[in-house]
Structure formats: C-alpha cells, structure tokens
Design a protein around this ligand. Structure first.
Ligand code: 5RP
Length: 227
C-alpha cells in the first residue's frame, strides 16, 4: 500500500471533473486524496454527493457543496477507491464499510472512475475478503445462508462478522458487515447474484460492469486502465 500512489491517483482523477457537475465522492484513504484535490480546484457550481458520513465530514470541512441522491438523483461522475481491481475492471469494494451507499451512488452515475494504488490490481478477484452488508436482525441465520452460498462456489471458510474492540462494526445504515475470505472468486457474476438473492443480505462488495476507467497511481504519476 503506497500513500504516494493513492495521492497521485486521487489528484489525477480530480482533473476529470468540470465546473457545474454533480460529483459522487467515494470513501477511503484514496478517495480522501481525490476530495482534497477536488476542493483545491475551486470549480464553480459543483454539487457533491458523499458515499459516507466520513467523506461528508471531510468535504464539508474543505468547503465543498454537498448534495444528496434525493436532491440530485443524476450524478455526472463518481470517483471512488477499491480494494481489488480484477479483469474487466470488476471490483471488490467495502473495506471501509461504505459499500451500500457507494453502490447506490455509483449506479446513479453517468460515469465512474476507480482510483487506487498499483497493488490493488489483481489477476483474479478474491484475495481481499469480500464484504457483505447484512441486516442486524437475524444476522447469524443470514450468515449460515451466506456460508451455503459460498460453499456452492467452492469457498470453504464461512464469512466472519467484522468487529472492533468496541464491538460489532455498524455501517452508516446501521447494518453489519460480514467478510468472506474467498481466496478465488471464479464466477463473480454468479456469486453476486446468489448473495443478492438472500433475505437479510443488503448488498455485497462486488462492483461489476460499473467502472468506466481506472486511474492507478504510480510512484511517478498515474496510468489508466479501460474495462
Ligand atoms: C470503502 C471502500 C474503499 O474505497 C476501499 O476500501 C479502498 O480504500 P482505500 O482507498 O483506503 O485503500 O470501498 O467502503
């Protein structure tokens, strides 16, 4: 993980934003570099839709004008980080537990740019544990169903609930996160559909066919990847 690469990616992506746009602001350390670079550009008439309370706080602090999906349901461009970038720019996201709001904002966007350090680019998805957002009510029952789905995908280890010293991690929506150590996701589209079919699963961190461009930070600058 390279903070310089994250910074280079975030700053490069800020150049894709034009005045007057509605911009989706991602969550995480790379997205934070983008938010800072965007604020520094001081573009006129920007409205920004944050994907988490954390990003909203940062954007507000930096003087960016915030909006919501309710007030601005059509977003011109979203820029956000990723935990893994696989073939075809299929992503795993949700390491920062913001995957539900992120996906809502991505899906409302005409264009999505993924920003990351070079280590995030992988030949196949699955090394980073796949985050799955689950309703707290009955979550252990839902976890058993998730384990069945994972087993059907040859993933032996059950997903583990995410917790910190202070207890179970809650998302901005009040839900829980389970992390599935998949090792290899052979068929991301089928796994995405199977997880989504479970009652109690709110969303998963597979972002498929949503990324228009990836901006990968290098130590010297950045490179771009197309799907
Ligand atoms: C948050 C995310 C982040 O974009 C992802 O975890 C990458 O984070 P970072 O830029 O800090 O490496 O999906 O839910």
């Amino acid at each position: 993980m390279s903070d310089l690469q994250k910074k280079n990616a975030g700053e490069a992506a800020a150049a894709y934003v034009e005045g007057g746009m509605v911009v989706g602001l991602g969550t995480g350390s790379t997205a934070a570099w983008f938010v800072k670079a965007l604020a520094a550009r001081n573009l006129p008439d920007l409205r920004c839709v944050p994907t988490s309370e954390r990003t909203a706080d940062l954007a507000r602090e930096l003087g960016l004008t915030l909006s919501t999906l309710e007030d601005t349901p059509k977003i011109d461009l979203t820029v956000d980080g990723a935990d893994e970038i696989g073939p075809g720019l299929a992503l795993i996201k949700g390491g920062g537990a913001a995957l539900l709001r992120e996906k809502l904002v991505w899906e409302a966007s005409a264009r999505c740019i993924c920003i990351a350090d070079a280590a995030k680019v992988v030949p196949a998805l699955g090394t980073f544990p796949l985050p799955i957002e689950v309703v707290a009510f009955g979550h252990k029952t839902t976890a058993n169903r998730i384990a069945d789905v994972l087993a059907d995908h040859d993933i032996a280890s059950p997903a583990r609930v995410r917790e910190a010293e202070r207890g179970l991690i809650r998302t901005d929506g009040g839900n829980l996160i389970y992390d599935a150590a998949c090792k290899l996701i052979a068929d991301p589209a089928r796994l995405a559909a199977d997880l989504k079919s479970l009652t109690g699963v709110v969303e998963h961190g597979l972002f498929l066919d949503l990324t228009d461009l990836a901006v990968i930070g290098t130590n010297e600058g950045f490179e771009t990847l197309n799907p």
